[in-house]
Write a protein of this length. Structure first.
Length: 77
């Protein structure tokens, strides 16, 4: 699976979970929602994403260098 899809799924899941926690547990969970949103915004300008670095260190997403250039994606299974 491609890295950008994994990051979008994580961000969406984190936002929905924190909104549920804010509604049912404590409004302070909205700070976590703001943190995720801020990271998405800053990564669109700087191309720096902490989650991407963590996932790469864990070996998730694969490395797509020469396979993508030739048209064959190494990230899909």
């Amino acid at each position: 699976m491609k890295m950008h899809l994994i990051i979008r799924r994580f961000a969406g899941a984190f936002i929905l979970i924190s909104l549920l926690l804010a509604h049912y547990h404590s409004p302070n969970w909205l700070w976590f929602t703001a943190f995720v949103g801020f990271n998405l915004l800053q990564s669109s300008f700087t191309n720096f994403c902490p989650l991407e670095m963590i996932l790469k260190k864990m070996g998730v997403g694969g490395s797509c260098t020469t396979a993508e250039k030739s048209g064959n994606s190494c990230c899909t299974k």
